[in-house]
Design a protein around this ligand. Structure first.
Ligand code: HEC
Length: 132
């Protein structure tokens, strides 16, 4: 199942949304890359949970900031700054491969999303490890 885009609202099981369906068909390159980033983050979570190293040749930073977004007004300086902060957190995670650095990476996802794309924040936070 694909939930779509920045204004995403909770959708009940079995319900279909015409808006969502057409957005899936028209998804812009940045949105598609974001879905891949979400899937990769999910896969990395499993590795971190199992205490395994993250192979940096397998988990790559997925360049999205030069791809066409749904809404081109996001491409302002703050966006690129968030991208840099996220990249740094991603690289720290590859080295450390622990729950703290995984959560720190997600904090950077959310930080950009708060400014530019609030819809997926709930989903992103579901990936988080509970702090103990
Ligand atoms: C520098 C800003 C930024 C960072 C960092 C960022 N995102 Fe995004 N994300 C966006 C923007 C902007 C969009 C909307 C893209 C579009 O519609 O073209 C988006 C869209 C998404 C979507 C919805 C894609 C769809 O189906 O339409 C998901 C899910 C998502 N991001 C997850 C993540 C996750 C997980 C991370 C961190 C691992 C992350 N994002 C990091 C800015 C960011």
């Amino acid at each position: 199942m694909l939930l779509v885009a920045c204004g995403e609202t909770e959708q009940k099981a079995g319900e279909t949304s015409k808006a969502a369906t057409s957005e899936v068909a028209d998804a812009k390159p940045m949105a598609l890359m974001m879905r891949a980033i979400y899937e990769q983050s999910n896969a990395m979570r499993g590795k971190v949970e199992a205490g395994e190293a993250l192979d940096s040749s397998f988990y790559r930073f997925l360049e999205f900031h030069q791809l066409e977004p749904t809404d081109s007004t996001v491409l302002v300086e703050v966006f690129y700054q968030h991208n840099e902060d996220f990249k740094k957190a991603f690289e720290d995670l590859l080295k450390a491969s622990n729950k703290e650095s995984y959560n720190a990476m997600l904090t950077q996802c959310v930080s950009c999303h708060e400014d530019f794309c609030p819809g997926p924040i709930k989903r992103i936070n579901k990936l988080r490890f509970q702090e103990s």
